[in-house]
Ligand binder design. Structure first.
Ligand code: SF4
Length: 65
């Protein structure tokens, strides 16, 4: 899987960091999400999927390889 973040619509809520802090970081200067690990291990799928589901801005998605 590949994690994709649309920083154009991210609203900086940072909820994604709470779900998967190893995958989602934060760009303090730009005030938007920063994907730390674009292709996380399959074992992280559940938490990443939760972050995608609950992002208030619908800025996150998972693309399948
Ligand atoms: S991707 Fe979603 S949850 Fe994460 S900081 Fe942006 S708006 Fe918030």
């Amino acid at each position: 899987m590949r994690v994709v973040a649309d920083t154009g619509i991210c609203q900086g809520h940072r909820l994604c960091q709470g779900d998967a802090p190893d995958v989602f970081g934060f760009d303090e200067d730009a005030d938007v999400v920063e994907v730390l690990v674009e292709r996380p291990d399959e074992s992280r799928r559940k938490d990443v999927a939760t972050a995608v589901k609950y992002c208030p801005a619908f800025a996150l998605s998972i693309e399948e390889d």
